[in-house]
Ligand binder design. Structure first.
Ligand SMILES: *Cc1c(COP(=O)(O)O)cnc(C)c1O
Length: 471
């Protein structure tokens, strides 16, 4: 019975290798949940001292829930680890990558905890400014920035502008002259290393839009052009090699190439590049199939690599910035949904897939559709004594790719009205959310010490209609 319900006989070959039939389908999988998450004997998920049922009663579903203490602890763990590991060298600073998840309230947490922030648009810049992040603690980053965005960044006095193209050098210089501003800049380099999850490739060129190519001489040309711009001061090189990276060899290769590039520029131009940007991309566990490094291990490894590689090429060891986004926000967040239609779909060969529909979907989590991302899920509102059954969690959108969780074992009696929680949705879910099918976006709710605080309220149909000038 149990094996049949679990689908482990009939679904053989249709289950990802990393997905195991849980011994207790009510239990939270380790490492996927915020620090405060637990299930008591009643099976109700608790996070930040709040029962999932109470959160749902207060704010409705779907809802993004962020464990404030967990988010802040992760941000501080990065800041502390990099400060400690690079203290014997030239120091390091952690810029939280705002694009992962940001709101004014979250920016306030970061400001209180002394984090610097990386933003890539004028919108992100205004949010972190309103949250009290000092302009000098902001790095302004991005591709294809408008004059208005760059002017605003310089008028506020951001600490760094990371330049992404040769054209942007002329643009920033022209705007700086017009506004009588000066700017410290870094050059984002495309160094032929591209890393995602467990693999990286190292090539001469990278076929993507970001940065100046090291291989085709664009970096050297950028350095020459910057030297002729009295208002712009080149602080160093920057690279961001990808996201959801577990392969530390990818970072080691990046550091090696950046050290070589830096040494060449310093020799040729008689410059000292005192700053090095290593980007973000540190992986998190979305499922038990992932095994991320902790910030102290990452920082220690990068410090050893930076010291060794820069000394090897005779360049001064630079001050380092890193920009974790996902690794701070991802595991601190979860999404609460209410289950609706539960539909077994017979696929032949004796395999029936259980489709569990929730009241959100690809508009609040596009990562499964966009990247084929894996997620996990758990029943959050009660304890079940039913056996585990392989299920697929889908949304309410008019698209067959509207999948939230491709494969997960859920209690076989999962039913309409149950709450379902999907962990590790803190990063790139709210920030990438859309109004597809004119579905209003969920709220972002901070939880801490038994209290829920709405950071971003739920969108309403009236909000959607407010933009429709014929409504
Ligand atoms: C996206 C991005 C980051 C953050 O990446 P994570 O994978 O969230 O850590 C950092 N720096 C730059 C330049 C980025 O584009």
């Amino acid at each position: 019975m149990s094996a049949h319900e679990a689908g482990s006989l009939h679904a053989r070959g249709r289950v990802p290798a990393w997905l195991e039939v849980p011994a207790d389908v009510n239990a939270l999988l380790p490492a996927l949940w915020p620090g405060s998450a637990l299930k008591a004997a009643d099976g109700v998920l608790r996070v930040g001292g709040m029962a999932a049922t109470d959160i749902a009663a207060q704010v409705g579903t779907p809802a993004y829930v962020v464990d404030e203490d967990d988010f802040r602890a992760r941000a501080r763990a990065f800041a502390d680890a990099f400060a400690a590991a690079f203290a014997p060298l030239a120091g390091a600073r952690v810029h939280y990558a705002a694009k992962a998840l940001i709101s004014v309230g979250i920016a306030r947490w970061l400001a209180e905890d002394g984090l610097a922030v990386d933003v890539c648009t004028g919108g992100e810049l205004e949010i972190v400014r309103l949250g009290g992040i000092a302009p000098e603690a902001v790095a302004f980053h991005g591709s294809n920035q408008s004059d208005a965005e760059l002017s605003r960044a310089m008028a506020l006095g951001v600490g760094l502008i990371v330049i992404d193209s040769l054209a942007e050098i002329g643009q920033v210089a022209r705007l700086a002259a017009a506004g009588d501003w000066r700017a410290d800049v870094m050059l984002r380099c495309s160094i032929g290393i591209e890393a995602h999850t467990h693999e990286f490739i190292a090539t001469a060129h990278e076929d993507q839009k970001f940065g100046l190519s090291a291989a085709d001489g664009s970096v050297a040309e950028g350095v020459r052009r910057l030297a002729a711009e009295p208002r712009l001061r080149l602080r160093g090189l920057h690279s961001h090699i990808g996201s959801q990276i577990f392969d530390t060899d990818a970072f080691a290769q990046a550091v090696r190439r950046l050290a070589g590039l830096t040494a060449g520029i310093e020799r040729e131009h008689g410059l000292r590049l005192a700053e090095l940007g290593l980007g973000g991309g540190f992986g998190v566990a979305y499922t038990t199939g992932h095994d991320p490094l902790d910030p102290a291990a990452i920082a220690g490894q990068l410090a050893r690599q930076v010291e060794a590689e820069f000394k090897a090429v005779g360049a001064g060891v630079p001050h380092v910035t890193v920009e974790p986004g996902r690794a701070v926000a991802g595991p601190a967040g979860l999404t609460l949904y209410t289950v609706g239609v539960v539909k077994p779909v017979a696929l032949g060969g004796g395999f029936t897939r259980l489709y569990v529909s929730v009241d959100g979907g690809m508009s609040d989590n596009i990562r499964t559709a966009l990247y084929g991302a894996d997620y996990s899920a758990t029943l959050a509102s009660r304890r079940s004594s039913a056996p585990p059954r392989l299920a697929r969690v889908v949304g309410k959108h008019c698209e067959s790719g509207d999948i939230v969780v491709k494969d997960e074992y859920l209690p076989a009696d999962i039913a309409a009205g149950d709450l379902l929680a999907v962990p590790v949705t803190g990063a790139y879910c709210h920030s990438m959310s859309s109004n597809y099918n004119s579905v209003p976006r969920p709220p972002v709710v901070g939880v801490k010490d038994g209290l829920a605080t709405v950071l971003v309220r739920r969108e309403t149909v009236d909000d959607l209609l407010a933009r429709d000038l014929y409504a």
